[in-house]
Structures are given as C-alpha cells and as structure tokens.
Design a protein around this ligand. Sequence first.
Ligand SMILES: N[C@@H](CCC(=O)N[C@@H](CS)C(=O)NCC(=O)O)C(=O)O
Length: 248
Amino acid sequence: MQKPLLTIGNKNYSSWSLRAWLLLKAFDVDFDEQLIELFHPSARPTLAANSPTGMVPVLVYGEGDEKVTVWDTVAIAMHINEYFTEINIWTGISKSDTKAQTDSQNRINSAYCQSIIAEMHSGLMGIRSEMPMNIRATAKIQPSSACLADIARVENIFADCLKGRAEGSFLFGEFTAADVFFAPVILRLNTYARASNLTLQPITKQYCQTLLNHPHVQAWQKAALEETRIIKEDEAGTILSVAGILAD
Ligand SMILES: N[C@@H](CCC(=O)N[C@@H](CS)C(=O)NCC(=O)O)C(=O)O
C-alpha cells in the first residue's frame, strides 16, 4: 500500500499539525509529510486537492475509488488506532495483550485519555487563544482569568495522571495519544510561562521536561527553528527573544 501522506502547516506555529505528526511518529506509522505555508496563497492548490476544510493536518492515502481522506486531528487519531497500530494509542498497550485490554484499570485509563483529548480538542480556549504555539519565541503575556483557569485545569490533569508514577514517565505510564495532544501545551508553557512569571507546580515542570526531552518532540522543535517565516496572526505577547533565523 502507498504510504499515507500527512499534510501539515508551519512547524513553529501549527499545533494541530504537531499532534498528527507526533502521533504517527510515536506509533511507528510509515508516512510521507508535505508542508504547506499557513495562510498563504501557495497552499491553496494542495489544500483544495486534499483538505475538505481547507485546514491542516489532513491524512490521505490510496487512489481513485479507494482514496482515504482523514481530516481533523481527533479523526486522524481514531483512524490510526483503528487501521495502523499494533499498540492501542489510548492506553499504550499492545492490542494483542487481551488480558490487559480487558483490565479494568486500563479501561479507566482509556476513558480518561479519550476524555482529556476531547477536552483539549473542544475547549481550553484561554490557553489556545492567548498562548499560540510559537516554538522559537520566549514571550511575555498578561494572561486573562480564563487563561489562568485553563492552566490550572491542565496542571490538575497532569497531577491527577502522574501522581504515584516514577519520575520521567508519561501521563498514563506508557506514551499514549494524551501525551501527543498535550505536547503543544508543553511547548506553549515553554514559550510563555517563565517570561510571564507563571508559577508551575513541580510535577508540571517535571512532565514538561519529559516531553521536551522526547526525541520526536525534539526533532519537530529542531525543524521549527529552521523555519524563517513570521505569521503575525500567530504571534502573541511581547517577544523577549527568538531562537533561529527569521525572515525580514
Ligand atoms: N479541528 C481541527 C483544527 C485544525 C486547525 O485549526 N488547523 C490550523 C493550523 S494549526 C489551520 O489549518 N489553519 C489554517 C486556516 O484556518 O485557514 C483539527 O483538530 O485538526
């Protein structure tokens, strides 16, 4: 079968693209990637051919009557879990481990994982609007009470998932789709928290470090730092410093 093609946006800014890309990488799906410039006329033909919403990420494979198109990050995660992985992405456990699949703790974790992913996807708008992903930047914001409430909610989720786990582990022990969906939040905290004098709980800082050290997250960050385009719509706060080289 032809490799799936994942179309994504600028790595410095596109948080939904990061989620789909990280999911495929972390769960060992062999795929090709195609980058488009967000909010740029050059992207229109590619998006018109592949993306029913005109947004990224979008995953396509197959041809003619057998062409499969999956858009929207949650749908991509569900499709990958259904057709491409031996590991259950909601628990991080092998699908062939039938005993583990019926274990009640794994069922609880699977429900929790799917619920926080849904919460991330449909909500947390304070974080999403006031702290846009901007990997190369260190920036100071004045977070609204809605944004602070979202940060507190995220810290509660992390603490609830991580309590009692060994240092350096993921939200449910094994790497799951929940770690994927919260990775951009970690990168946002990395950009804005310190510069904005936000005090994070020790367990949040520890989890931030776990994800920032993840090899695929590091590979994405490295690629983001090689990008030069500034997208004004996706910049927030007072930029204190930038890593990488920017276009004029
Ligand atoms: N609900 C969508 C959101 C996708 C989305 O907002 N993508 C942004 C990039 S991160 C985009 O394509 N923006 C371009 C536009 O809105 O025209 C998903 O989960 O994939």
